[in-house]
Design a protein around this ligand. Structure first.
Ligand code: GLP
Length: 279
């Protein structure tokens, strides 16, 4: 399938996109090619397998990789396979450093709904990653600015993220970068959209328990990763995936910015791919 990288309907009004995005856009326009690699698989199981294979190749080829990790139901299967690869094939996480995309704001790390808890349950407790190499945003911080700034500094100090894993929200959010009129560049505090609160309430006892805020890597943090893989499954993600692959690039659909990244692979099942038009 031949996919166009950038829809030229991109907002001409540059003050709606930050300088970083604009420069990247110009650079990519000048060296235009097929940047979005799209892998369509039959189902969730194959999506998880492909993603785990990509992560394990990254770890084998660069044992001290810096991985950007995501939460949500989408990557759960991938984490399960990675744990098996560690147990059965000796996939070695001992030199790996991790940074998670986001965390709810005002949630205790021991709370079962925190992303901190999720990551330990699904991956960290079952592989040999060193605790000191695990980086998660502190959802209980009383100094948001400092927390966000030092997270960015830690990422830079580690040499940047080699491979970032992403899921996508139904509304096109990545990390917790909600649809907005501008792209938020670096790690920041986010007000969650009603739709996101509703979608994530399935993990909580009720909607009222879902935090209304979160800390999240910004678009620049994500775009600075050397490689990105985006995973999605199910019909409810089809519109977001269409936007990721061939939508206009605009902050109202955050996932669309991935078209400007030079090394992004999107792995989706048939359901999530169903709105993509052949060109
Ligand atoms: C959350 C997370 C995102 C995730 C998205 C989709 O809001 N912050 O990182 O990609 O939801 O979640 P799921 O995979 O459960 O559909």
């Amino acid at each position: 399938m031949k996919l166009s990288v950038v829809d030229l309907n991109i907002y001409a009004n540059t003050d709606k996109i930050n300088e970083y995005v604009f420069k990247t856009f110009i650079r990519i326009l000048l060296t235009r090619g097929d940047y979005v690699k799209l892998i369509i698989v039959d189902n969730y199981e194959f999506m998880s397998k492909k993603a785990a294979q990509i992560l394990s190749s990254q770890i084998i080829l660069k044992p001290n990789s810096v991985l950007g990790l995501a939460t949500g139901s989408t990557p759960e299967g991938m984490y399960e396979i990675l744990v098996k690869m560690y147990q059965e094939e000796g996939l070695d996480f001992s030199n790996i450093t991790t940074f998670n995309l986001d965390e709810y704001y005002m949630i205790n790390p021991n709370n079962k709904q925190s992303y901190n808890y999720f990551m330990h349950e699904k991956l960290f407790n079952s592989v040999n990653v060193l605790p000191e190499n695990i980086n998660m945003l502190n959802g209980m911080t009383n100094n948001i600015e400092h927390e966000c700034k030092s997270y960015e500094e830690k990422i830079s100090k580690c040499g940047g993220i080699d491979l970032q894993v992403l899921g996508v929200g139904k509304n096109g959010h990545i990390g917790f970068n909600e649809p907005d009129f501008k792209f938020e560049a670096i790690t920041h505090l986010v007000e969650l959209d009603e739709e996101t609160i509703e979608a994530n309430s399935r993990f909580f006892n009720n909607k009222e328990e879902v935090p209304t805020k979160a800390l999240s890597m910004g678009m620049k943090t994500i775009m600075n990763s050397r490689k990105i893989i985006l995973l999605a499954n199910g019909e409810e993600k089809a519109e977001a995936i269409k936007q990721a692959v061939q939508g206009s690039i605009m902050p109202e659909t955050p996932v669309s910015i991935l078209q400007l990244h030079p090394d992004v692979t999107i792995i989706v099942d048939k359901e999530a791919a169903k709105l993509i038009n052949e060109k």
